[in-house]
Design a protein around this ligand. Structure first.
Ligand code: G4P
Length: 190
C-alpha cells in the first residue's frame, strides 16, 4: 500500500517535471520557426527529439528527456545556463551544456567542435545528440529547408555522419536508423 502510494507519487513528479520542461521550451521557442516552407514551430523539433528517445531508443531516464526538451534553449533563445540550473538543477543543465554549440564561434568551428567533442561526451549527452541528428536528418529527407541546395543537404549528411561516428556504441536502435538514412543518401557512415 505504502509502496504503491510512493510509486504513484514518483509518477506524478515525473509527469509534472516533463510538462514543466515542455512548457518552458514552448515559451522560450515561441517566436522561432523551422526552416521548412511551412515554417513549422521550432518546438516541434525538441518535442520530436524527446519522443524519439522514448518511442525508439527506449529511454526512460527523466534527466535525458528533460535535457532533450531543453537542448536548444540556450543555443537558440535568450535562456542562460544559470536560468536552467535554477529551474531544472545542475545535472540536467550539465547535459544541455554538453550538447550546446558555442554560438560565439564561427559556423565552421562549431561544426568541427561537434565532431571533436562527440566521442568525449557523457552517455546521456550522446543519447540526446543521436536523437537530435536522427530528427534533423529525417527532417531533411522530408523536405529541403528554404534556400538549401541538394549539395548543402548532402554536405549536412556527410558532416552528421562524422559526428555520429563519435557517438557509436550508445543506442543500437537509433544508430541503425541513422545508418539506414546514411545508406539512402549514399554517405559513408564510419
Ligand atoms: N533539417 C532541418 N534542420 C532545421 C530546420 N529548421 C531549422 N533547422 C536547424 O538547422 C540546423 C542545421 O543547419 P545548418 O545551416 O547546418 O546550421 P546553422 O543553422 O547552425 O547555421 C540544425 O540546428 P542545430 O542546432 O545546429 O543542429 P545540428 O546541425 O547541430 O544537428 C537544425 O535543427 C529544418 O526545417 N530542417
Amino acid at each position: 500500500m505504502a509502496s504503491q502510494a510512493s510509486e504513484n507519487g514518483d509518477q506524478s513528479r515525473i509527469t509534472m517535471e516533463l510538462m514543466r520542461c515542455t512548457n518552458f521550451a514552448a515559451i522560450k521557442h515561441k517566436d522561432q520557426r523551422r526552416k521548412d516552407k511551412e515554417k513549422t514551430p521550432y518546438v516541434n523539433h525538441v518535442i520530436g527529439v524527446a519522443h524519439i528517445l522514448t518511442a525508439e531508443a527506449g529511454v526512460t531516464d527523466i534527466s535525458v528527456l528533460q535535457a532533450a526538451l531543453l537542448h536548444d534553449t540556450v543555443e537558440d533563445t535568450d535562456t542562460t545556463f544559470e536560468e536552467l540550473e535554477q529551474e531544472f538543477g545542475e545535472h540536467v543543465t550539465s547535459i544541455v551544456r554538453e550538447v550546446s554549440d558555442d554560438k560565439t564561434l564561427g559556423k565552421a568551428d562549431r561544426k568541427r567542435q561537434q565532431i571533436e567533442h562527440a566521442p568525449h561526451s557523457s552517455y546521456k549527452a550522446k543519447l540526446v545528440k543521436l536523437a537530435d541528428k536522427l530528427y534533423n536528418l529525417r527532417d531533411l529527407k522530408r523536405c529541403t529547408p528554404c534556400g538549401w541546395t541538394s549539395a548543402r543537404v548532402q554536405e549536412y549528411f556527410g558532416w552528421a555522419a562524422q559526428v555520429v561516428a563519435g557517438l557509436r556504441g550508445t543506442n543500437q536502435n537509433m544508430e541503425d536508423s541513422l545508418d539506414q538514412l546514411f545508406k539512402e543518401f549514399k554517405v559513408a557512415s564510419g
